[in-house]
Design a protein around this ligand. Structure first.
Ligand SMILES: Cc1cc2nc3c(=O)[nH]c(=O)nc-3n(C[C@H](O)[C@H](O)[C@H](O)COP(=O)(O)O)c2cc1C
Length: 187
């Protein structure tokens, strides 16, 4: 009896500990006409996000907006610029279920006008500015790297720990497995 109770107690403790140590990969990505790689069915950031998810054994969440951004690159650029100028917070289709179970959040986005898309700002604000979380940022881009997005992230998430991020040129996303592996192993 004593032994059974002890085993149950240990299982409870183990469950509680593992529940607090879960990792989430949350990302925004756009499909359609892409500046670097032509028309794509899967976004560059999505490719990197899925690779991280596999390697880190994490849950995966795609940040999706209710509005659809144009497939046309130029129109999409105009839409994104307008949102950035207005500091819009586009509505999301859904939020992640129970953010409290995650300690570490890999957060990824494509560089849009030198920073993260406003949908990422919505996601951050919907989740208590990721207070108390460890954020591991990653981005894909066509030359700007993180641009000002890490500064913007620090401002938006003052009570999070922000680790050194990974920036990958969009056109290299498909062949970035080793870089992504090294990155995940460094965490
Ligand atoms: C609206 C928009 C704005 C962009 N602005 C930049 C930019 O300022 N700097 C940059 O290097 N790339 C920029 N890009 C290119 C994307 O960051 C790059 O193609 C990225 O890999 C796309 O990722 P995705 O396929 O996950 O959306 C922009 C692309 C779009 C659609």
């Amino acid at each position: 009896m004593k032994q059974t109770l002890l085993t149950l107690f240990s299982l409870l403790i183990m469950n509680t500990l593992s529940a607090q140590n879960k990792t989430l990969v949350a990302y925004f990505s756009h499909t359609g006409e892409n500046y670097g790689v032509g028309y794509i069915e899967k976004g560059n950031t999505a490719i990197v996000a899925e690779e991280i998810q596999k390697l880190a054994g994490a849950d995966l969440f795609e940040i999706q907006t209710v509005r659809t951004y144009s497939d046309n690159h130029k129109t999409c650029c105009d839409e994104a610029k307008e949102e950035l100028n207005k500091q819009a917070r586009p509505e999301l289709k859904q939020n992640v279920k129970d953010m409290s179970q995650y300690d570490v959040v890999y957060l990824g986005w494509p560089c849009w006008w030198g920073t993260y898309p406003m949908a990422v700002a919505t996601f951050i604000e919907l989740n208590d500015n990721l207070k108390g979380k460890t954020i591991v940022p990653f981005t894909t881009h066509e030359g700007s790297g993180f641009g000002s997005s890490l500064r913007d992230l620090k401002k938006a998430c003052p009570d999070a720990t922000i680790k050194q991020g990974l920036s990958i040129q969009g056109r290299d996303a498909k062949t970035s497995q080793q870089t992504v592996k090294d990155f995940v192993e460094r965490q």
